[in-house]
Design a protein around this ligand. Sequence first.
Ligand code: MN
Length: 357
Amino acid sequence: MQTDRRKFLATSTALLSAVSLTEASKAQTAKKYRLIATEEACAFPDQFEAYHKLVAQPSNDDDVLMWKGFFNNKVLIRRLLDMGDERLGIMDKAGVDVHVLSMTAPGVQFFDADTATGLATSANDQMAEIIQKHPDRYAGLASFAPQDPKRAAKEIDRAMNKLKYNGLIVNSHTNGEYLDDPKYWPIFEAAVANKAAIYIHPRNLPPSAQSLTRAKVNLWGPSWAFHTETGTHAMHLIVSGVFDQFPDLKIVLGHMGESLPFWVYRIDHYLARSLKRKPSEYIKDNFLITTSGVNFHPTLKYCHEVLGPENIMFAIDYPYMESEESARFMQTAPLPPEDMEKMTHGNAERIFHIASA
Ligand code: MN
């Protein structure tokens, strides 16, 4: 009798788990949450014309060499330039509602101040026109040229007020300098005045430091260099007092926070006494991170626990990463539904002033 009962229990448990497995795999493909993807790259013909001129000249700069390689990838180049049927089709197939568009890295920071300012203005005009055609599918981060901080501040005003942008993007260092240098602070003034979050996107190390990532296998780009370089930029902002001067400034970091969340204990341990507030407090109050390029639940669960659900946004890193895999990763994250609402779209609506559906 007891054996029979045990057998019955064993069978029904197996059956139950088989049923729940089927349900789980169904749930994996079902769209549960509105998805706003916040680091989605695009490019413009005049930008690429300027890049082509750069890569045609001999250079040992990792960003130039990287683009030399990218220009051989016809699909990548086509997808960067396309903000029409192909992109919208890929979004539909993956169940992605909105792309927050931004000019692909290193944006205008390759160039001298005049060229960079001109390209940023042109890109902002072109992208605004595209967003106007698809207001439900696209939002946008405006470019600016840190090489000329005063004109950058003016362009930020124009982009946010006249062109109705949702935020700003910058590609980490400019000629080997970070934005903690007070000469760049007109950019932060303009960002705060316009409630514009600044997405700091990675680029390769400045040429003077590139030997450090040239290992037996090159550690450039997204394999390693991007995250350590951009993480260092974020640390500069934290220790320089930028957030004491601009307490409302919001900085967005991709790739699960460019390594800051992982080191937060150690950062606090060594730096808390040198600063007005603990580094982790600035990280929680002044930064948001995105999931771009890290479709890995353990990292997301860790960041959710350490930073909280208010500080995480979904991103794909289109067209460099695969949309369907990224969407599936986000939709199936094993986290509470009320937190998922925030991470999949709620935080993006709040930070980037995007209308809720
Ligand atoms: Mn990216």
